[in-house]
Design a protein around this ligand. Structure first.
Ligand SMILES: [Zn+2]
Length: 408
């Protein structure tokens, strides 16, 4: 490895729920086949690693870190993790994602070992644990962004149920048995019982959606329920995940606002674009609105049955740079910050491990032995120990997201 700074190109994931324009426009890719561009991954995931560009050839960031772990990650991160512990992504959510929860690290280790002992292949559809890691996530909205995030506070949840005539029995159940009692009852009841509770509201909400009676989008649970039914037309039975819109907080983030999802917090992305950073893991337990495997008994073991008051994260000033703001998160695996440079403004950045800089707006000159000019959608990786000087070029400010690992 002769340098410590390289342009880097991520991997696009064409999941069905992705949008058609946002990611192609950002990356300046034509999309004549109208393919969904769901995610753009910048990281060293073994299955979808970003690639470094070294003059005329490309090499995988994963392979490069494998080959030179201490030179790339630095001794502290190499010792603690042995690999790049984070994955940085851009998401464009056109259709809502499944309702999900991520395990704690301890539960992930136990679950992974158990499935290994049971001989369930890693790629089997019924496999719950793909690795031994937790998967905390932090996202910053790039547009208006809607998501489900944790159970509603008590009074709010009770009100949401009490308003729907067919749900009044559930409101009573919640008063008697709390979050766990209510959720277990819903998830374990027969499909016929769930249908009887859901059909009246599904019919009414679908009619309202078709007559365009709603301002869109909005925070009415029935609106999202109707959209979910349109997205997953019911087979023999309705999806029990539909209850989630009444049980969980519907959160609307403005561009630039951030939220953190720790272990045990049920969540689902509904609509919008974001930049997301997470621990390098694939451990997802699903609770509906998906065609993928749903294991209810396993899911119930990993949910935190407690109210969540959604807390948008307020960025804090970085010590190193006046132009940099950090989004604090209670994990050792990643740190995300945002750098905004006015035209002509400089910033000096020192890499504490393998770091990724992604330009989202404007133009940036990275001054090094050879200068690199980056425009929106372009990124660089810098390895441990590298120091660079950046300057915003042109008429508009440069907006850059920086992924790294917190220092101790
Ligand atoms: Zn998630």
């Amino acid at each position: 490895m002769h340098k410590k700074l390289y342009p880097v190109i991520g991997k696009v994931q064409h999941y069905d729920w992705g949008g058609y324009e946002f990611i192609p426009q950002l990356l300046r890719i034509e999309n004549p086949q109208h393919k969904p561009y769901a995610e753009y991954w910048l990281g060293a995931h073994q299955a979808a690693s970003a690639e470094l560009i070294d003059q005329s050839h490309r090499c995988s960031l994963y392979a490069c870190i494998q080959q030179y772990p201490v030179d790339t990650l630095g001794p502290a991160v190499e010792r603690q993790f042995g690999h790049l512990p984070y994955l940085l992504k851009i998401l464009d959510v056109r259709q809502m994602l499944s309702i999900q929860v991520h395990p704690t690290k301890e539960a992930a280790i136990a679950g992974f070992e158990k499935e290994q002992r049971a001989g369930i292949p890693l790629d089997a559809p019924q496999r719950n644990f793909k690795d031994r890691n937790h998967k905390p996530e932090l996202m910053v909205a790039l547009s208006d962004f809607w998501l489900l995030h944790g159970f509603r506070p008590e009074a709010d949840l009770w009100n949401a149920l009490e308003k729907i005539p067919s749900f009044r029995g559930l409101a009573k159940r919640f008063q008697q048995a709390g979050y766990r009692g209510l959720y277990e009852e819903l998830m374990l009841m027969s499909p016929e019982q769930a249908d009887a509770l859901l059909w009246p509201i599904v019919k009414d909400a679908t009619r309202r959606l078709e007559s365009e009676a709603w301002p869109v989008p909005n925070d009415d649970p029935a609106y999202w329920l109707a959209l979910a039914v349109r997205q997953h037309p019911p087979g023999k039975h309705l999806d029990k995940g539909l209850f989630s819109f009444f049980l969980m907080n519907i959160v609307h983030l403005q561009p630039g606002e951030a939220i953190f999802q720790g272990a045990g917090v049920l969540h689902a992305y509904l609509r919008g674009q974001n930049v997301e950073i997470m621990a390098n893991s694939d451990n997802v337990l699903r609770g509906g609105l998906t065609t993928k495997h749903v294991d209810i008994p396993e899911l119930l073991q990993h949910i935190q049955f407690a109210p969540v008051q959604p807390q948008p994260i307020h960025p804090i000033q970085a010590r190193e740079n006046a132009a940099e703001q950090l989004f604090p998160a209670p994990v050792a695996d990643f740190q995300l910050s945002r750098i905004i440079l006015a035209p002509g403004q400089h910033a000096t950045l020192k890499a504490h491990t393998t770091e990724i800089l992604l330009v989202l707006e404007g133009h940036l000159i990275v001054q090094n032995s050879d200068d690199l000019v980056l425009s929106a959608g372009q990124s660089v990786v810098m390895f441990y120990g590298e120091t660079i000087d950046c300057v915003a070029q042109g008429e508009v400010p440069a907006l850059i997201y920086r992924a790294t690992v917190p220092q101790h």
